[in-house]
Ligand binder design. Sequence first.
Ligand SMILES: C[S@@+](CC[C@H](N)C(=O)[O-])C[C@H]1O[C@@H](n2cnc3c(N)ncnc32)[C@H](O)[C@@H]1O
Length: 158
Amino acid sequence: MLWGDARTISLPGKIDGVITSPPYVGLIDYHEQHRYAYELLGLPTNGEDEIGASFKGNSQSAKEAYQREIASVFAHTGEYMDSGKRVIIVVRDRDNLYDNIAAQCGFEIENAIRRHVNRRTGRRVNEFFEEVLIWRKKRSTKKPGRLSRVILKGSFRA
Ligand SMILES: C[S@@+](CC[C@H](N)C(=O)[O-])C[C@H]1O[C@@H](n2cnc3c(N)ncnc32)[C@H](O)[C@@H]1O
């Protein structure tokens, strides 16, 4: 198990895919909700690094920051994935933020499945739906660097 900031953590090698339930915008302070677990495991709480934390609010600028931060999670994770590999995101995208996030981080949208959540606690009366988003890593559109240009030229001449 690895613990760290999903925007920067080093992974030991290539990965075949991601399944995630990301934080919402301005809804929950997970570092507070799970304080007991952090204390039990001797981990720093790192509230400032928490994406979408409730204390950061849900203003327009908070939503834009959220989009940039989640995009940087997938851009970073995508560096460990070959093109065509998938990420699956379970989220209630009420503010329609995720199409834009996909466009920012090198993934194309393959499918979005709306799912009814059967909440067994019965505490909330409203129907609750969430989306299962399926994205595929795009082929890299980066221009070849100088070294690869030299190799390409060399092999062309040969
Ligand atoms: C909706 S919860 C899902 C948790 C987990 N999938 C589960 O089922 O228990 C979102 C999680 O994202 C974590 N999170 C927020 N910002 C993060 C970051 N920068 N790096 C890694 N995790 C982060 C929160 O602490 C929270 O645990």
